[in-house]
Design a protein around this ligand. Sequence first.
Ligand code: SAM
Length: 314
Amino acid sequence: MEIGLGQSWRECVKNILIDIFATDSAFLLVNFEQLHAPSAICRLMVKDVYVFVFRKASTALRCARFCPLLSLAPRATTMLYDEFARLGVGPDDLVLDAGGRDAVHAIEIVRRLDCRAITIDPVPLHVDRARERVAAAGLEGRIDVLHAATESLPFEDASIDFVWCRDVLNHVQLDPSLREFARVLRSGGSVLVYQTFAETACEPEEARRLFAASASVAENMSAPFFETRARKAGFEVVSTEQLRGEWRERMIEDGTWDVAADLLALSRLHRREREAVEQYGRARVEAARGGLLWGIYQLLGKLCPTIYVLRRPA
Ligand SMILES: C[S@@+](CC[C@H](N)C(=O)[O-])C[C@H]1O[C@@H](n2cnc3c(N)ncnc32)[C@H](O)[C@@H]1O
């Protein structure tokens, strides 16, 4: 990309966008035209930064806000059900919801796909809540709730058609869990894994603190490590999709996540950390901080939620 003397402001922004999105689509151009941007000369010299950016602030601000104006049409979290449906789950299938917490996803999957499900979780409180929810949904005949962990599944070999494992594998012992998935799945069966991995932009100290706060096994937060272990357990890695900040963008665009409120809370927590630790204890403060950072780190490219489809070869 070249941004040079004599280029108009429009041309300059267009080139930046083409460079960022690697596309010269009509969509970009249409949105670009909607800005009614005035012509201006873009120079990248220091003196010009001060004159152009600060004295002609309105033009510069429009430029800075240009990218956020362009929604990338982010998909919502519900897209994970669509991905699962694409695996071919149907009425005759038995789905294992591994680490299902309150069974909210098992309920949605059974409703959407008309299959049967078993949800497991090792936390007794979660099991109780899952049973309550399943009963309230009137799905006791189609969803079983069991107290169990991924490392030791109480099922026969090849008795499960599909595994749904959303946001769980960062907490578990990966090797025995993946071996158990492979054991209980029928041949040709698939696992849909949604898992958040650390990116290189997540500095070691940020990672250490975040993993400890979220009870995450550090090595499980590495995508290459996960893929290696999945293959070692006998799985074929059918597909990988890095969502990056997509779900979070959607939450912001829909107004269901107030990112400014989270940043405000983080700043307050940071400025009053000593008092907060005295009042609530270090573990709770770290957990609160980690929870607030989780989504923000996705926007900043430090954490990358990823969808994997693993298949047990026939
Ligand atoms: C972040 S929550 C995700 C819950 C649910 N899957 C979802 O996506 O909303 C992680 C869940 O994993 C469960 N969990 C932790 N260790 C586990 C293990 N070894 N086996 C199965 N589930 C586990 C926790 O109890 C918790 O319910």
